[in-house]
Design a protein around this ligand. Structure first.
Ligand SMILES: [Zn+2]
Length: 848
């Protein structure tokens, strides 16, 4: 079918060629152009998949032959059937694999500053839609392509930042805000828990609608001086994937390498740096969904600005251009322009499509085969299922976690009868996740404890094939987290079934906590448990209404029940019962009425004027913290360097949070002069630091999060030190693992916590309290590591150093408080089980 004569080229519409120096198309321009293609060709169809965090519509393109485009539903159904396995015999699967078309998902622009891939989508769409080349026509005949721009907001933000700077001294300066409203670069750490609306949209597309055989996730930048990185991946390999995934990754990666060399594009490298251990990535999350993920990392200078490299710019070991198995055609230097990067992306995408067009039946049948093998495996070996009791400390969070798993393609059931398993009795209504489902390895991957392998144990398999730094001295980290067990992070109780379990049960579309209610007369007050995250949403709504809130300082008895310290007390003369009933219903809360004032004392909780420091050196943790503030309805104001430099903070704020940043000293110094437009230069400065001190001395509360606690220790003269600050890698390694922590639940910062809980350790601090000066009040330790190895999931080396060491400090300072949260209580918005430490700290900050 050919409209191709009348189809405008990208440059006809954009006004510049895709990849031209100094030019980046915005998301809006890209979609406008795709719409023109869709109007003029039967090879492309556009669909919406939902909104972005900043309210744009996410549009994706489906490209194939016009014959295939006319039958998309048929091919979608075939893919779904093969992928879900159920009710399909081997013979039927083989037949379907003959009839189907492999769906290949290609996304770009997830990391907006890595700008070539998103530009390449525009050119790729044009090339595919207008091609007359026989090889490409075969691709269109045999393959259905989903073309996705994964971060529309970022694509616009980046172009809007870059273009005015072109030709100024700030042409290659970094963008002073996150390229995703909340997550920035961490939008590629969200895939196994789908907190972001964009990740939810993408996950629905992949796991509920199209069931692609291959997912290609474009990134930049390649390990210098290589021009592109492709699979085979580095080690360690995540064990919760079918071996066929790894085989196809290796095959496709090698085919890509051959395509680069055929086209005379030097510098394709494989097998180092990027491992597949962590499943939070867009790529690794789909591996355990039996989708072959392909990551590529194309070389990048900055934006659309060209750069010239000589061999002398290369690291020493690359300067003699040695040929090697995974880098057989070294790059020799020269110009590198956006156009080059776009061309490399095009070669990479086309190589994948070429493989898919050559092996359509094998790929489709293998998809079935993987699911089939996994179902077979777990009908014979444990874990047979995951069992999740309905009765949880925080039922809202348990439901949230399970609903996210449903969105990720997992089948969750509710038992219709009581049953027992491994000697434990479970009542009717218990949730079950049987492992006899095709994506069972995903649930195993995120629910089990991670046993990070000691890479030194496998020299024949791995040594020399991984980043050599990993073999120096102490054991080594993976590229990202080493342990992530989601039920631990969320504080959700989960059991594995080590023997077969098969009660009568029904599949759930959605998991809902038990209905909330208000019980008993409330002549005096309403009581809400401090254990649920929803209790903070409730508190914020009550305070917003003008209601009064108190926290019980001591345990007390009422209505023949025992209520622990921290119980939330809302005097009934400050709120209407109908309001409380609505709250109970909307937030699934169990609220008790009491008619007499309970014994004991209370803290009065007030509405907090909360300031959230936002550096011009963007911090993903600042973004994630905003996301959870909005989710739990904490009002806040972002405050900037200039606000802190101006001082008088106590006039506007009760509590100021300094979120975790890459390098704490950067809070003070910011960008140096000349590197950025003047507005963004300079940090809070030492003067700002003095203003923060004054703010606390006058009664304010400062909360420091994770590594930025070092700033407080170094500059506020606190009677404490971080004993990990100067520790060497040979003595201690722990990055991104889950550790057991003990809490003083009698301290308001730990109200509602369990005495022992899993916590995230990632670039964290542990404190030693120093003998303090007489006039200073003693800091209080709110939490510490136990007197044994605290590892729950992941890896730790040298754990003795942190045993019994303090992790949260409440430091009286002048008339105010400094709170040091030495570990990331809201890390990437994932540890729902420890969010309340931050929430408590905020309200505690307002207690007089
Ligand atoms: Zn990236």
């Amino acid at each position: 079918m050919g409209f191709s004569q009348s189809i405008p080229k990208p440059e006809d519409i954009l006004g510049f060629k895709v990849g031209a120096d100094y030019h980046l198309a915005t998301y809006t321009q890209a979609i406008d152009y795709l719409k023109i293609l869709a109007k003029n060709s039967e090879r492309i169809k556009l669909f919406d998949m939902g909104e972005t965090s900043m309210g744009q519509t996410m549009v994706y393109a489906v490209i194939s032959s016009s014959e295939n485009i006319a039958q998309l539903d048929k091919y979608k159904q075939i893919s779904k059937k093969l992928s879900l396995v159920k009710g399909l015999s081997l013979q039927e699967a083989k037949k379907l694999a003959q009839q189907g078309k492999p769906i290949v998902y290609i996304d770009a622009g997830l990391h907006a500053s890595e700008c070539a891939p998103a530009q390449h989508n525009i050119q790729l769409a044009y090339n595919l839609v207008t091609t007359k080349d026989p090889k490409t026509l075969r691709i269109l005949k045999n393959v259905i392509i989903l073309l996705v721009l994964a971060n529309p907001d970022g694509m616009n933000l980046l172009a809007e930042w870059y273009h005015p700077n072109v030709g100024t001294p700030y042409e290659v300066s970094s963008m002073p805000w996150l390229y995703h409203k909340y997550a920035g670069h961490d939008n590629n750490r969200d895939s196994y828990i789908v907190n972001l609306i964009e990740t939810q949209n993408l996950s629905r597309l992949v796991n509920k609608e199209w069931y692609p055989v291959i997912l290609h996730n474009h990134h930049q930048t390649a390990p210098f001086p290589a021009r592109i990185w492709t699979p085979p991946n580095s080690e360690p390999t995540n064990p919760n994937v079918h071996s066929l995934i790894v085989r196809w990754q290796n095959l496709i990666g090698s085919a890509m390498g051959a395509a680069f060399d055929t086209e005379g594009k030097e510098g394709a490298i494989s097998r180092l740096i990027f491992d597949t251990w962590y499943p939070g990535y867009v790529t690794q999350v789909v591996d355990s969904h039996n989708i072959i993920s392909i990551l590529t990392e194309t070389a990048l200078y900055r934006y659309a600005t060209p750069h010239f490299y000589t061999i002398r710019d290369f690291p020493k070991q690359y300067q003699d251009l040695t040929m090697s198995a995974f880098y057989p055609n070294p790059w020799k230097g020269g110009w590198w322009r956006l156009k080059d990067a776009v061309d490399y992306c095009l070669t990479a995408s086309m190589a994948i499509l070429d493989v898919a067009s050559k092996y359509p039946r094998e790929l489709l049948f293998n998809k079935y085969k993987m699911g089939f093998d996994i179902i077979e495996r777990f009908s014979k070996e444990p874990p047979y299922a995951w069992i999740i009791p309905k009765n949880q400390r925080d039922p809202g969070t348990a439901s949230l976690l399970l609903n996210r798993m449903i969105l990720l393609g997992i089948d969750i059931f509710e038992s219709n009868e009581a049953f027992s398993c491994d000697g434990i009795k479970y009542p009717a209504g218990t949730y079950l996740i049987p492992m006899t489902q095709p994506f069972a390895l995903f649930i195993k991957n995120v629910f089990e404890e991670q046993q990070y392998p000691d890479l030194r144990k496998y020299p024949d398999l791995w040594q020399g094939l991984v980043n050599p730094k990993k073999f120096e001295g102490a054991p080594f980290e993976s590229y990202d987290m080493m342990g992530w067990t989601l039920p631990y992070q969320c504080g959700v109780e989960v059991f594995t079934a080590n023997s077969p379990v098969n009660p009568q049960m029904s599949l759930l579309k959605e998991v809902k906590p038990e209905q909330g209610n208000v019980k008993g007369k409330a002549n005096y007050a309403y009581l809400i448990s401090h254990e649920t995250n929803a209790s903070f949403t409730a508190t914020n709504r009550i305070l917003k209404q003008g209601g009064k809130v108190f926290w019980a300082k001591e345990p007390f008895s009422a209505n023949n029940n025992r209520f622990p310290e921290g119980t939330i007390i809302i005097p009934s003369n400050s709120v209407r019962r109908t309001f409380m009933e609505k709250l109970a219903k909307d937030l699934y809360l169990k609220i008790s009425g009491i008619s007499k004032k309970p014994k004991g004392t209370t803290y009065a909780i007030k509405k907090i004027r909360l300031g959230m420091y936002k550096s011009w050196i963007p911090s993903v943790e600042e973004g994630w913290t905003r996301l959870i503030f909005e989710k739990y309805e904490f009002p806040y104001f972002s405050i900037y360097d200039a606000d802190i430099r101006a001082g008088n903070l106590e006039k506007s704020y009760d509590v100021v949070i300094i979120p975790d940043t890459y390098r704490p000293e950067m809070v003070i110094n910011g960008y140096s002069k000349g590197t950025m437009p003047p507005k963004y230069v300079g940090g809070i400065t030492l003067n700002g630091l003095r203003n923060l001190k004054q703010f606390v001395e006058n009664g304010g509360t400062l909360i420091f999060m994770n590594s930025v606690c070092n700033l407080a220790i170094d500059h506020f003269g606190l009677p404490a030190r971080n004993i990990l600050k100067k520790i060497k890698r040979e003595e201690f390694v722990c990055e991104g693992s889950l550790l057991r922590m003990e809490f003083d639940t009698g301290h308001p910062i730990a109200y509602g916590m369990q005495k022992e809980t899993a916590t995230v350790f990632a670039d964290s601090c542990v404190f030693e309290i120093l003998p303090s000066f007489k006039e200073r009040k003693e800091p209080k330790s709110v939490a510490k590591y136990p007197d044994e190895n605290p590892l729950m999931s992941g890896w730790i080396y040298g754990d003795k150093i942190i045993r019994q060491k303090t992790t949260i400090l409440d430091v009286p300072y002048g008339n105010g408080k400094i709170i040091l949260l030495g570990f990331p209580v809201q890390f990437r918005a994932q540890p729902y089980g420890t969010f309340k430490i931050l929430f408590n700290s905020i309200f505690y900050g307002g207690i007089e």
